[in-house]
Design a protein around this ligand. Structure first.
Ligand SMILES: Nc1ncnc2c1ncn2[C@@H]1O[C@H](COP(=O)(O)OP(=O)(O)OP(=O)(O)O)[C@@H](O)[C@H]1O
Ligand SMILES: [Mg+2]
Length: 228
């Protein structure tokens, strides 16, 4: 593929959406063309499925039926949005991807082999070169989300946010174990620091993963800190 594919993963309130916007700005400052997209969703067809999934409208299908809907949405997203952008040579920054299905539907009890089949079909060979797992203690992430939903029009917790603390904690551990198993593409970022600290760690990880595209470490430090 001509472009580069980076996914962001982690629990609710980890800082994925915030940090994606910051990474986009950095890459653009380096002259790169960037698209930001998200899952579930990211293409007109997949956004319709997103609405169904996050409202809980598909809960009656059970966890494996929901997993099929996530896969259907992902297949459309890859086909209509991600692959065309990569073919153009763009950087694609994706807010959640296949790892979220492994973790959320895996935690809900769907057979990992079944999830693997769905994933293979949905991603059609399009896999991230780098996955940034933003890891925060569950209470911190959920605390941030609670503040956010008071200040925006998101209308309270969605289907997946509103679950028991123990569920969120199991998801966190599943993300961390995936990162250990597929360490070649994962970078685990401590999301508990300040926004600027987290951004700095992310820029370092991206720099390490794409040294040829993004120049030397010293250039990066100058760009992110604004000093010599
Ligand atoms: N490092 C941080 N320190 C303090 N506040 C933060 C930090 N990162 C994010 N926030 C705030 O926490 C809230 C959640 O962040 P954000 O929306 O980026 O998380 P997210 O991982 O995208 O969550 P979700 O999975 O629910 O989409 C936002 O209001 C954001 O401004
Ligand atoms: Mg988000």
């Amino acid at each position: 593929m001509a472009g580069h594919f980076i996914t962001f993963e982690g629990g609710e309130g980890a800082g994925k959406s915030t940090q994606i916007a910051r990474l986009k700005a950095f890459l653009e400052s380096q002259g790169q063309t960037v698209i930001v997209t998200r899952e579930p969703g990211g293409s007109p067809g997949a956004e319709k499925i997103r609405a169904m999934l996050l409202s809980g409208g598909a809960k009656d299908l059970g966890p494996s039926g929901e997993a099929m809907l996530f896969a259907a949405a992902r297949a459309d997203h890859v086909d209509k949005t991600i692959k065309p952008a990569l073919d153009r040579g763009d950087w694609v920054l994706c807010d959640r991807y296949a790892d979220s299905t492994r973790v959320y539907q895996g935690e809900a009890g769907v057979d990992p082999d079944y999830l693997d089949l769905l994933e293979t079909a949905a991603v059609a060979g399009i896999r991230p070169e780098l996955t940034l797992l933003i890891d925060v203690p569950v209470e911190i992430g959920l605390g941030r989300v609670a503040v956010r939903s008071k200040t925006d029009d998101s209308g309270g917790p969605d289907r997946f946010e509103g679950e028991a603390l123990a569920v969120h904690e199991r998801r966190r551990q599943l993300f961390l174990s995936l990162a250990r198993k597929e360490a070649y593409r994962f970078s685990v970022i401590d999301g508990a620091g300040t926004l600027d600290q987290v951004t700095e760690d992310i820029l370092k990880a991206v720099q390490r993963a794409f040294p040829e595209e993004l120049g030397s470490q010293s250039n990066l430090a100058e760009a992110s800190e604004g000093n010599s």
